[in-house]
Ligand binder design. Structure first.
Ligand SMILES: [Zn+2]
Length: 307
């Protein structure tokens, strides 16, 4: 039915709500990206510091090893020296002891530095992975906004939909009129309408009622009744004078959409609609979604072509 494709306003509103939510997600993802960038920079700094500390402590281990080697060589020389000097040997032994102690301390420092470096490397890798994920998530969120915006852009305008509905309505009228019979009409809440519009019309009345707007009205009328109206509404003649020349605008018999049940004169609280009623305002906002268009000169007259 027509109303399915005529819900542009609702679709556009839904898309705008989606875009707003998606833009909020982009803000969140950007914030996460900033955090990940900062965390990544910090992790890199810590890695550089740990790498330098590790390198320095290794150099100190090497220096301590050299010192110990020299001290051992000096001790060996002192022990071989003739005549033997106990004082020189004791001094050399003390130097070996001191160098050994220093080397042990430096090796402990080196193990600590290596552990710290290993932890810094793991942190840096994790931070890099987190940053990559944050970039991917932010780009995906931004792309989602673009996709929704494109959907909104290609939505047909309300004007274009109304034009399509009018054209389709004219085709329905053209095809239905030559073979029309009263049997083509059905009752919707006591209103006689053409069966081709009955479902959309019933939906429209149901939805209006759900919004607190109770509508009724008169739809189908026979050609005989149209002839009577031409006479009672003060038209200059029955068959040729334009609708607008009557005291109350009344179509020439054979041309009214009421004769097909495709126009309905809507009333609310027992009175035909005027522009300031809640009924007119509701229809003005929603009727096009059900394929009904108002004839501007008659606020009560709604049909599938606007005629
Ligand atoms: Zn009418």
């Amino acid at each position: 039915m027509m109303y399915r494709s005529l819900t542009r306003q609702q679709t556009a509103a839904t898309l705008r709500t989606t875009i707003a939510a998606q833009q909020q997600t982009v803000v969140t993802r950007n914030s996460e990206l900033t955090n990940a960038t900062n965390a990544g920079a910090l992790a890199q700094t810590q890695l550089t510091t740990a790498t330098t500390a590790d390198k320095n402590v290794r150099a100190r281990v090497t220096a301590a090893q050299t010192t110990l080697t020299t001290a051992r060589q000096n001790l060996a020389k002192a022990e071989k020296k003739k005549p033997r000097s106990n004082a020189a040997i004791t001094k050399a032994k003390n130097a070996v002891t001191a160098a050994t102690k220093t080397l042990t301390a430096r090796q402990t420092e080196a193990r600590t530095a290596a552990t710290a470096l290993s932890a810094a490397q793991i942190n840096a890798r994790t931070a890099t992975a987190t940053l990559a994920t944050a970039v991917t998530n932010r780009d995906a969120a931004a792309a989602a906004v673009v996709v929704t915006q494109q959907k909104l852009t290609v939505l047909p305008t309300a004007y274009s939909l109304q034009t399509q509905a009018t054209a389709l309505g004219r085709d329905v009228v053209t095809q239905s009129r030559p073979t029309f019979a009263v049997a083509d009409t059905v009752q919707v809440y006591g209103i006689t309408v053409h069966r081709s519009v009955a479902y959309a019309f019933k939906r429209m009345l149901d939805d209006a009622r759900a919004n607190g707007v109770v509508l009724s009205g008169g739809g189908f009328r026979t050609k005989e009744r149209q002839i009577q109206l031409r006479k009672s509404n003060g038209c200059p003649d029955v068959w040729t004078a334009p609708s607008s020349s009557c005291r109350v605008p009344t179509a020439i018999p054979g041309r009214s959409l009421h004769e097909l049940g495709m126009a309905i004169d809507i009333s609310q609280n027992g009175k035909t609609l005027s522009r300031n009623t809640t009924g007119f305002k509701w229809l003005q906002a929603h009727a096009s979604a059900y394929g009904f268009i108002n004839l501007p000169s008659e606020p009560w007259h709604w049909s599938i072509t606007g005629g």
